[in-house]
Design a protein around this ligand. Structure first.
Ligand code: SF4
Ligand code: SF4
Length: 81
């Protein structure tokens, strides 16, 4: 990992952890993010290609991957890294 960049590994384990948070997020449900790619782990795989994502409370701040990787801000499903 380079200084100043954040790299979350795209693993099945991390995808499962992500779904504990993104999977219950109103944003995720409202925009059917599970039907678009990437369908989870946005902090590693990039923003969703779903066209209309509304700003709503983001659950990333409670996620252990968020803390472990010193991520900031959240809303990874809808913003460029
Ligand atoms: S920080 Fe957010 S996008 Fe990343 S794994 Fe956790 S819940 Fe998913
Ligand atoms: S990245 Fe944040 S706002 Fe987007 S679905 Fe996951 S918890 Fe919700």
């Amino acid at each position: 990992m380079k200084m100043g960049t954040v790299t979350v590994e795209d693993t099945d384990e991390n995808r499962q952890i992500c779904m504990k948070y993104c999977g219950i997020c109103p944003n995720y449900k409202k925009n059917c993010l599970g039907s678009h790619q990437p369908d989870n782990l946005f902090c590693a795989r990039g923003r969703s290609n779903a066209a209309q994502i509304r700003e709503q409370r983001c659950f990333c701040l409670a996620c252990e991957i968020f803390a472990k990787n010193s991520l900031a801000l959240g809303h990874f499903c809808e913003r460029e890294k």
